[in-house]
Design a protein around this ligand. Structure first.
Ligand code: ZN
Length: 828
């Protein structure tokens, strides 16, 4: 009986709507008027007007969906959506814009796949409407697929010419707002410009106001946030996204009462407003206040149990807080309800890949290393993690509580998933919540990645985030990490290079008060690198001028919720601007003498001298051939020029005039000894001494290079083998120990280090090295087992020695040394 009724009902509505749509489409004038009411916040008026119009017009229905949803009237919204969708199903929607409305309805009914399919269909009907692309792009944004969304918004902008005879929900300005969001979602530059364009096209675009507000809140630009909110609410005092952001504004400023009051106001409009709490959660998440983010997401779900995006974000936040089981359970539900959320899918995939990770615990960490490298990395990673945390805890006089999860990913993409949605964390490592995640050495090319210094950097974050209750601004925690890296080991971390000096010369450094945006929204990869270096230098400047205690005191003050200005006044007794002024002066003193020496020489462009780019791999070698006489002439006019010295030295070397090249290269090194990439003067000098067989000089220059940048393992290997030849095994071992922080997965290094340890009776360390050696599948398995057996024997582990000597003989039964060792083991 029920079934029959249902059929009857469906038929009658579709019949009614068919008649309606043919006979009475709502006049464009009415729709435009309604849209204006909505723009001005006269929502009741808008709804009344719509209800007087034909309920078979797709735009009338769509606007009713928006209006009812705004107030949390879900059942009504659903019923309008179904009606709208049935217009499409009965073949009554023909224009691109009309079909787009049906797609929107399908989306509201959580029929995401259908929505996407109908959007595609709508986009194929000419003329296409911009409005369609705006809705479609927004669907992709909701699914955290910012890359696809960007393409869709760009298509919309290209399709600009929609006919004026029809009604359209959105204009091109809305496509620019979407584009800004999509770019921001990918942490790509251009969002600000896109927003400006949107407001240029339509100064009343309230979504643009809202987005600007959220950016300002993220940056703690309270003044700016307030201005956007005020301006926007003046145009529409009931615009929900802005009211929600006003709540967030008060919340993150710590104005609890104002927050409570505004929250009540929003909930009065829509008691089921999950968006309010999801917005708060997202902002907390981006500020890396994960506990608070999780609470907000829970509240969002309580208000609106169908807010699947909040569910997914809750699951991810819990994982980041180290609550793996609960997080996974929630994500599985989120996936079942919405399999199109990219973050859910990627995170679940990542969790699956954990099966291939080896887990173990150290006093402060729950560690995860990939099975293919776990044995090799474990001793160094565990030792360094504990040592760095202990050092930093003592230095900052602060103990972190509880255990942290430490993960190393051989696949950079997995690392990227782990840090998804967190601004500016794409580099090599990241610390958030209870997680420290970073690339493993095999995720990067050899000689490019000092994982030891990255690990130290991350653990400095652990301490500074904990000490400041997670409230330290990005620039400051990054600056401290950069500073600490440099103190962790000789040559660790980043030093002054050509790129930074040039950025200084070109006035690309940000004022201190804006430095945070250099991390949150860098204009380019280079801008981010510069921001890091600048932040590190500022911290070192503070330590030298105000004492190390000032750094710790500032962290504590941030932890109490003070603003940057307040912290500076309280701890340093000066404003942000004053300190910036002092820092600039210091920087000028250091860099000024360098500027003229690092100028592009007259008559030469740097591109011509160094086509690969200065400071890039192969900067010296790849230069186009320039006539030596011309170069010499230029050099005579500017003998202190870094580039001419380097270029001249490189070219003389290439011409086989090695001895003549040396003074020029030494001169370049004298000017900027910290420029130590491949192609730097160190590199060319090394090649010269190799070619000419000047061993002492060779060792000396390799040592200088290694101390400036302990990155290129061949330097340490060559030094170690020379030292070993000179019967200095302990010194040799030190170099190979340092190699482990850059290039720990080469079996031979472990074998050599084990051999050295045995020479001076460090038998336990020898056992460690041979164990790693064996785990890296060396070519000669018999020898590997034998070496380990020998080390075990010398360390007193006879049983272990016996096992390995037998394994060795199993592979090579006639192995004489192994037989001898076995005899020894049996006899004694
Ligand atoms: Zn960092």
């Amino acid at each position: 009986m029920k079934g029959l009724l249902l059929i009857f009902f469906t038929l009658s509505t579709s019949l009614a709507s068919q008649v309606g749509s043919l006979a009475e489409r709502a006049p464009i004038k009415l729709l435009t008027e309604v849209q204006e009411f909505m723009q001005e916040g006269r929502y009741d008026r808008a709804e009344k007007q719509l209800k007087s119009a034909s309920l078979s017009d797709p735009h009338v229905l769509r606007l009713l969906v928006e209006l009812t949803q705004r107030e949390g009237r879900r059942d009504e919204a659903q019923s309008y959506s179904r009606r709208l969708l049935s217009l499409y199903q009965s073949g009554q929607l023909n224009t691109s814009e009309d079909i787009g409305q049906a797609a929107y309805a399908a989306w509201q009914l959580s029929l995401w796949q259908d929505a996407n399919r109908i959007f595609i269909e709508a986009a194929q009907v000419q003329p296409v409407s911009v409005s369609l692309f705006v809705d479609w792009g927004n669907l992709y944004l909701k699914k955290y697929n910012a890359a696809e969304a960007e393409l869709i918004f760009r298509d919309g902008i290209q399709a600009m010419g929609q006919p004026t005879s029809e009604f359209f929900r959105w204009g091109v300005d809305a496509a620019y707002v979407g584009l800004a969001q999509a770019l921001k979602g990918q942490f790509r530059p251009g969002a600000t410009a896109a927003l400006a364009k949107a407001l240029d096209l339509n100064p009343n675009n309230l979504q643009a106001y809202a987005f600007n507000t959220s950016l300002a809140i993220e940056d703690k630009n309270w003044q700016e946030a307030q201005e956007w909110i005020e301006k926007g609410l003046k145009k529409n005092k009931l615009f929900l996204p802005l009211l929600e952001l006003e709540c967030a504004y008060e919340y993150f400023r710590g104005e609890v009462q104002a927050f409570e009051k505004l929250q009540q106001r929003v909930l009065k409009i829509n008691p089921n407003d999950g968006d309010l709490f999801e917005t708060l959660g997202d902002l907390a998440n981006r500020k890396r206040l994960l506990e608070e983010a999780a609470e907000f997401y829970r509240e969002a779900l309580q208000r609106n149990p169908r807010q699947e995006s909040a569910r997914a974000s809750l699951g991810i936040a819990l994982l980041r807080l180290g609550k793996e089981e609960e997080g996974k359970r929630i994500l599985e539900v989120a996936y079942a309800n919405d399999p199109f959320n990219i973050w859910t899918v990627n995170t679940l995939r990542l969790l699956d890949s954990f099966d291939r990770f080896v887990r173990f615990e150290t006093p402060h960490f729950r560690m995860k290393l990939h099975e293919k490298e776990a044995v090799a990395l474990k001793p160094y990673v565990a030792e360094l993690a504990e040592r760095s945390l202990k050092t930093l805890e003592q230095k900052y006089n602060h103990q972190v509580s509880g255990k942290y999860v430490f993960e190393m990913y051989p696949d950079h993409e997995d690392f990227a998933v782990r840090t998804m949605g967190l601004p500016g964390l794409g580099a090599l490592g990241a610390t958030f919540g209870r997680i420290v995640a970073m690339d493993s050495p095999s995720a990067r090319p050899r000689g490019e990645f000092h994982w030891g210094s990255t690990l130290w950097h991350e653990l400095a974050h652990v301490v500074t985030l904990s000490l400041s209750n997670g409230k330290v601004p990005r620039w400051f925690t990054e600056g401290i990490s950069m500073m600490e890296e440099r103190q962790a080991g000789e040559g660790w971390g980043d030093y002054l290079n050509v790129g930074f000096v040039q950025a200084y010369k070109d006035d690309l450094l940000l004022p201190l008060k804006d430095l945070n945006s250099g991390f949150e929204r860098p204009e380019s990869g280079q801008a981010l690198t510069i921001a890091y270096f600048q932040a590190g230098w500022i911290c070192e400047f503070l330590v030298s001028g105000y004492g190390f205690e000032s750094i710790a005191a500032m962290l504590e003050a941030f932890g109490q919720g003070l603003s940057t200005e307040e912290v500076f006044q309280q701890v340093l007794g000066a404003s942000v601007e004053e300190i910036d002024g002092q820092f600039r002066q210091k920087m000028e003193e250091t860099l000024k003498p360098l500027l003229s020496k690092l100028e592009a020489p007259e008559h030469f462009s740097l591109v011509h001298l160094f086509p690969g780019g200065v400071g890039q791999e192969g900067e010296g070698e790849a230069g186009l051939e320039t006539d030596l006489d011309t170069l010499l002439q230029a050099w005579q006019a500017a003998p202190e020029n870094y580039f001419l010295n380097l270029r001249l030295g490189t070219q003389l070397k290439t011409a086989g005039r090695q001895q003549e090249a040396i003074p020029y290269l030494e001169k370049a090194l004298e000017i900027l000894p910290t420029q130590a990439a491949r192609g730097s003067p160190y590199d060319i000098l090394t090649q010269i001494y190799e070619e000419t067989g000047q061993v002492d000089k060779l060792v000396e220059v390799r040592q200088r290079w290694w101390r400036a940048a302990p990155l290129f393992p061949e330097n340490a290997h060559r030094i170690a083998s020379l030292l070993s030849d000179r019967d200095q095994p302990q010194e040799a071992a030190k170099y190979l120990e340092e190699v482990m922080y850059v290039d720990p997965l080469q079996p031979e290094t472990h074998q050599k280090l084990g051999d050295l340890y045995l020479q001076f009776s460090e038998t336990e360390k020898a056992v460690r090295e041979y164990t790693v050696f064996l785990s890296l599948s060396p070519v000669d398995g018999a020898a590997a087992h034998y070496r380990l057996a020998q080390a075990l024997f010398e360390s007193g582990d006879r049983q272990g020695a016996r096992n390995h000597v037998l394994l060795s003989l199993e592979i090579a039964p006639a192995y004489p040394e192994a037989q001898k060792l076995l005899l020894k083991l049996v006899r004694q």
